[in-house]
Structure formats: C-alpha cells, structure tokens
Design a protein around this ligand. Structure first.
Ligand SMILES: [Cu+2]
Length: 160
C-alpha cells in the first residue's frame, strides 16, 4: 500500500474511498490492528491559497479532526499535484518569522490539529500543473500507521 496511488480515484466519492481503504486494511493487516482502524480522522475546511501563475510554492490549510478513541500521528503529506509537498510550521524567533519542517504531529483522541496561516501549514512546492482559483488539488496526509487520508482541496483566495 505504501507508495501506491492505487486507491486514489479522483472521481469516486469519499465514502467509497474510505470503504475501500478499510477493506484494504482488513486484507493487509490482521489482528495487529484492531477494529480501531475503522475509525478515520477527518480532513475538514481544507483549502489551498491561490497564487500567481508560475508560483513555485502554494500553501494549504485544513483542520484534521480525530473523532477516534486513539491518538493518531501525522508524519507526511503526499500529492499528485505537487512534486515536493511538505508539512511546515511557522514560528516567530526573535521577532522574525521562520518556517521549518513540522516533524511528527500528534492529534489526540477527540482532538483536532489546525493548519492555518502563520502556523502549521502544507508547503506545496513544485506544482506539477497550473492550479488556479477554482481548481482542485489532490492531497493526502500520511499517518504513522501507514494509513492515508485523502482530500480534494479547492484553490481559493480566502479561507472557506
Ligand atoms: Cu512553509
């Protein structure tokens, strides 16, 4: 399942994607992963900020909500539309704004993780096609347990 985009079908509704992901998990992992994996964290309010044509980097934001009974760790972001997507955090150091790789991010049970301007964000480098306002970017967050959370994210000028 790792490095495979096989479960990615741009046109299928999300609940079907989730179901097929659940089935794949059921087939690929046995008792080691319990029924807990049926519960999937949710990507909400996702958007990519529109940038001028030719921009080498776009920024993405979202809320990752974890309604499950166990914490989940987010370790990476992948995309069909960017050659080098990363998770960054913006920090103020001595009054200067800096960005650095965020590392592993834990979302507690029942909690949420907010990717928002001037904080945690998706740093979407090397666009593989032009993405203008109204377009949709395909992203997925990678969890430490190997699961992927898919999102089709609108390109917008402002937060939804
Ligand atoms: Cu950044």
């Amino acid at each position: 399942m790792r490095n495979s985009w096989g479960a990615w079908d741009y046109h299928r509704p999300m609940n079907v994607l989730r179901l097929s992901m659940g089935l794949m998990l059921a087939l690929s992992s046995s008792a080691a992963v319990g029924a807990e994996t049926d519960c999937v964290p949710l990507i909400e309010k996702a958007w990519v900020r529109a940038a001028p044509p030719g921009a080498s980097t776009l920024a993405g934001y979202l809320v990752l909500r974890n309604p499950c009974a166990m914490a989940v760790d987010v370790v990476d972001v992948e995309s069909l539309d960017f050659g080098m997507p990363m998770i960054h955090r913006t920090e103020q150091v001595d009054g200067v704004s800096r960005m650095r790789p965020a590392g592993k991010l834990q979302v507690p049970a029942g909690g949420e993780l907010r990717f928002e301007p001037n904080g945690l964000h998706l740093m979407l480098m090397k666009p593989l096609r032009p993405l203008a306002e109204g377009d949709t970017a395909r992203l997925r967050l990678v969890l430490a347990d190997g699961r992927r959370l898919y999102a089709e994210v609108p390109v917008r000028r402002e937060a939804p």
